[in-house]
Design a binder for this molecule. Structure first.
Ligand code: ZN
Ligand code: ZN
Length: 387
């Protein structure tokens, strides 16, 4: 009977998953966790194992989970519950959240909804999955990605972008048994958000996603600052997407990341160019390096038929952006750059400025993503079939 209840609970969770209300996020992804404390913060939790329901706990109690002989060993302050293969903490109150404290760390992180604990298939540590209502996850992502200072209208548009991005990439970690990880590889998701405004923004934009003219979820890319002009998708990646076009943006020009500067020793710069095929004779160390002005998102740094993509130079010198002028000075070349990030899609500092100026999140999204539509998830029949 107990076993049947366990299977029923898991089946119910999977069913909710199919309809997109719940997502599975791999938390502490790539951290080799072998023991931690689980402590309810809000609500009561039922604890299930593969053998059925083990116990119910509230915030007056805590449990320690330890990796031992390829099993999950559970104990409280005064009781040893034994060892198991799988553990599920299922919140049974109206709102549920829990704290996690890793054994060797003082840091406590809070998450909402449920926690699944598995044994990692090959290695000697746990896999932790936060089984969470999608809007709770989205609010956590928004706060992790942009902090708490932007205006409320901005939180709404960031929630729509993060939701679209999450659903577009929902199968990224399918082989590992969850949907998305909590690192920037997917979207940063650090913990339960502290801001009520962010939680409200995720709820208020409930189920809204951005689609293209084929009603496919768009690749909703964003970055910090475009430096005055956004980039076409094919300038940075191979894929040409009609909605990721060049947009002239004056909103971000006076924001924090609008301009940057970096000095590189001239000899290092010259050697770099020679290694990329620039003729040696034209770049004698004592000679001046040519002045290069990148006016309108030119793609290549070039000289005498040799071209180096600005995106490659950006990566090699860890530059803030791929838009910069090269100004020779005595012993250095000074790179005078614009913007921060890849430049494709939404410019966050420009969008924040627009939100402060009174533009709605719909106006802002249409400004940065060309000819897209905002629709309710329920309209995406194909999505449910594809999920
Ligand atoms: Zn990931
Ligand atoms: Zn911009």
């Amino acid at each position: 009977m107990i076993k049947r209840l366990f299977i029923f609970t898991i089946a119910l969770l999977l069913l909710q998953n199919i309809f997109g209300e719940i997502v599975n996020i791999g938390i502490y992804h790539n951290n080799k966790i072998t023991s931690f404390i689980f402590h309810p913060e809000e609500g009561e939790y039922s604890v299930f194992t593969e053998k059925g329901k083990l116990l119910k706990i509230d915030k007056s109690e805590l449990l320690e989970l330890k990796y031992s002989n390829n099993q999950i060993h559970i104990k409280s302050i005064d009781k040893d519950y034994g060892s198991f293969k799988k553990v599920r903490f299922i919140g049974v109150s109206a709102t549920n959240s829990f704290k996690i404290k890793l054994s060797k760390s003082k840091r406590i992180k809070v998450y909402e909804d449920n926690l699944f604990v598995n044994l990692h298939s090959y290695y000697n540590y746990f896999q932790l999955i936060n089984n969470i209502e999608i809007n709770n996850y989205i609010a956590g992502v928004v706060e992790s990605e942009v902090g708490r200072s932007p205006p409320p209208e901005y939180f709404k548009l960031q929630a729509i972008i993060c939701r679209t991005y999450a659903l577009k990439n929902i199968k990224r970690h399918q082989a590992e048994g969850f949907s998305l990880c909590d690192k920037v590889h997917c979207q940063a998701y650090n913990r339960k958000p502290k801001s009520e405004l962010i939680k409200a923004a995720a709820k208020e934009t409930n189920d809204i996603v951005i689609v293209d003219s084929d009603i496919d979820l768009i690749v909703a890319t964003f970055y910090s600052n475009c430096g005055g002009e956004t980039a076409k998708s094919e300038e940075v990646w191979r894929q040409k997407l009609y909605y990721l076009r060049t947009v002239k943006d004056t909103f971000c020009l006076h924001e924090n990341n609008a301009i940057w500067e970096k000095k590189i020793p001239k000899i290092k710069w010259i050697n770099y160019l020679i290694n990329h095929g620039f003729p040696k004779g034209s770049l004698k160390h004592e000679c001046d390096v040519e002045y290069f002005q990148n006016n309108c998102r030119e793609q290549f740094f070039e000289n005498q038929n040799v071209q180096i993509p600005f995106t490659t130079i950006r990566k090699d010198f860890k530059l803030k952006s791929a838009q910069f002028n090269v100004i020779p000075e005595e012993n250095f070349v000074r790179l005078e750059g614009k913007g921060f990030g890849h430049g494709v899609g939404l410019c966050q500092e420009g969008a924040m400025k627009m939100a402060k100026t009174g533009y709605s999140y719909i106006d802002i999204l249409h400004f940065y993503y060309e000819d897209v539509h905002m629709i309710n998830l329920e309209s995406l029949d194909f999505f449910k079939a594809d999920y």
